[in-house]
Design a protein. Structure first.
Length: 326
């Protein structure tokens, strides 16, 4: 067994604050699994934790999802065996590591046809897509849905998922090349116009009505465009802060926009129980096995190069999913 180690932050800041730290022997306690990682998911929320946008008690690990092999099982754990391939969503950061102690209630056995790399690349993003489409917005066939950052990690899963449930997908991306990728994923309309022009284009594509649902991971920069693109009594889900957090919203602004609904959802609240986590992951695995969601791992970084992975993510140099390999 290799000497366990992890990436840790002792202060917030840029990618340079990521440090390697050796770990001592790890023994699972009651209800825990010791997992040797084969792949670790990279997500935008990791940069929010590192920068301090989402404060953590320091020092802290980073990363909320990984996949690998169970090495040891703690007491009172049922339904798992040493050697099982598992993936997990953690309530606390710490996946940037060679090994991790994982609460068994947050672990999911992998179906035979899904690799650990695929699981690490898609669990958090795919479960996010699941809850946004099926349990938050409750998208119906025929609904027009605007997806921001449609070529990114979550966006590239949202687009085909929305098509599978019968939505009309209006994708927006930051460049013509990324818009073409969204089109290739099945978007009915793929735009790369400046955000100042987006609402007019969305209205033009929807006979003036706007999008029934807007799924916005960009945040501050896209807020006005999203608000202006939402149909009367539509839903705007602002679920990310890639450009910074949305400023405070006067309620009257929602009235002026057409009595719209705004939510700021988080995956943690939609996978709060084991049953919810299993439901969400099971639906994701179903979509992957059906070929609806095609996993695109477009970059793999060694865990030792996690800082470079953060730089690539924040500079919008990535498309699809990125994983870290211990």
């Amino acid at each position: 067994m290799i000497q366990p180690w992890r990436i840790v932050i002792r202060r917030t800041g840029g990618p340079e604050v990521l440090e390697r730290e050796d770990l001592g022997p790890l023994e699972p306690g009651p209800g825990e699994l010791l997992v040797q990682h084969e792949a670790i998911g990279l997500n935008f929320i990791d940069t929010y934790h590192r920068s301090g946008l989402y404060p953590l008690a320091l020092p802290s690990g980073l990363g909320g999802e990984g996949a690998g092999i169970i090495e040891t099982i703690g007491q009172s754990v049922e339904g798992f065996a040493v050697g099982d391939r598992v993936t997990y969503l953690s309530r606390t950061p710490g996946a940037y590591a060679t090994h991790r102690l994982v609460p068994a209630e947050r672990a999911i056995k992998l179906p035979e046809g899904i690799s650990t790399e695929t699981a690490a690349a898609t669990l958090l993003k795919g479960c996010t897509a699941e809850y946004l489409v099926e349990r938050c917005a409750k998208v119906q066939s025929g609904d027009a849905v605007l997806v921001h950052a449609a070529a990114g990690g979550v966006g590239s899963i949202l687009v085909p998922w929305l098509k599978a449930v019968g939505a009309t997908v209006i994708a927006h991306a930051g460049s013509a090349g990324k818009a073409q990728r969204a089109s290739d994923l099945g978007a009915d309309h793929a735009l790369s116009c400046p955000l100042e022009e987006l609402a007019d284009q969305v209205r033009s594509l929807t006979a003036g009505e706007g999008a029934k649902v807007v799924l916005d991971s960009v945040g501050a920069a896209s807020w006005k465009a999203s608000l202006a693109s939402t149909a009367r009594r539509g839903l705007l889900a602002t679920y990310g802060n890639a450009s910074g957090p949305v400023p405070p919203i006067p309620p009257a602004e929602l009235t002026a926009a057409g009595s719209i609904f705004v939510t700021r959802p988080t995956l943690a609240d939609y996978t709060a129980t084991r049953d919810e986590l299993q439901l969400s992951a099971g639906r994701l695995f179903e979509m992957i096995e059906k070929g609806v969601v095609k996993v695109h791992i477009n970059a793999c970084f060694p865990l030792t190069d996690a800082a470079d992975a953060h730089r690539a993510l924040e500079s919008r140099a990535t498309t699809g999913s990125t994983v870290l390999i211990p």
